[in-house]
Design a binder for this molecule. Structure first.
Ligand code: AMP
Length: 250
């Protein structure tokens, strides 16, 4: 069984991002980039399926410019067998990513496609759902447990009321939640080995997709600065301020 895992290049989650001075975008100059954390969980899950003998091959795919090959190589160092880059000019919107991933699905015919539930830069939470719709596959989103069961996959999902388990026919799309697993670190020998693993590059045209734009980013601005706190002398003063200044109690 082939497993396809989508990995997105994003700003590392430890970095405090800044907006560009002209407010046109987030400033990516000299910023550390990484695999989107939910995608890393996806790679880990796929590699565990391979180690368990359930998956025969794990393919890591990323959509973006050449720099996203760095994140594909990280996925290869974590245990994926080969990589695919779909070459675009930087970031493209989720619908286009979904169409391009559908093109890769048509070529590779994986039994399982794993994506992160959300990319931490755009917070879109759209690509997995749109890919499932375009490919006519069932979707198990926000997975906290994944178990292959013959020609089906059982996905336990974190929903408001607790845990919901669904059974999907394969091929299917699964998106990962935080508690699905704890990703491993790549060892130095595996980082070296990853450099030799195959990595194919496709253009959108190779996949029969025209890259279009349906939305325009108008402005990016940082959140309002928190104001400095003050020290009060007594409980009475605190109550007075909460009542008359902050107006949070009456
Ligand atoms: P989003 O819908 O942008 O929140 O992304 C959800 C998931 O879709 C991510 O965690 C990735 O697995 C996948 N994805 C989104 N954008 C890309 C991309 N450019 N390349 C590869 N995978 C992507």
């Amino acid at each position: 069984m082939k497993v396809l895992v989508a990995v997105k290049r994003v700003v590392d989650y430890n970095v405090k991002v800044r907006a560009k001075a002209d407010g046109s975008d987030v400033d990516l100059n000299n910023v550390k980039m990484a695999i989107n954390p939910f995608c890393e969980i996806g790679v880990e899950e796929a590699v565990r399926l391979k180690e368990a003998g359930t998956a025969s091959e794990v393919i890591a795919v990323s959509v973006g410019d050449k720099s996203c090959q760095e994140q594909i190589r990280t996925a290869l160092a974590l245990g994926a067998d080969r990589g695919i880059q779909v070459e675009t000019d930087g970031n493209v919107e989720p619908l286009v990513v979904a169409k391009l991933l559908k093109g890769v699905v048509d070529k590779e015919e994986p039994a399982l496609v794993i994506l992160g539930k959300q990319s931490i830069d755009g917070d879109n939470n759209q690509t997995g759902q749109m890919l499932a719709a375009l490919a006519g596959m069932g979707q198990g989103t926000f997975a906290s447990e994944v178990a292959i069961d013959g020609d089906k996959v059982k996905v336990t999902r974190e929903v408001d009321g607790g845990l919901q388990t669904v059974s999907l026919n394969l091929p299917a799309v699964v998106t990962t939640d935080l508690r699905l697993n704890e990703p491993r670190y790549a060892s130095l020998p595996n980082i070296m080995k990853a450099k030799k693993k195959p990595l194919d590059v496709y253009t959108p045209e190779d996949l029969g997709v025209t890259v279009t734009t349906h939305l325009t980013q108008l402005k990016v601005k940082p959140p309002a600065e928190r104001q400095a706190g003050i020290k009060v002398e007594s409980v009475d003063e605190l109550v007075d301020k909460l009542k008359n200044e902050a107006k949070v109690i009456s």
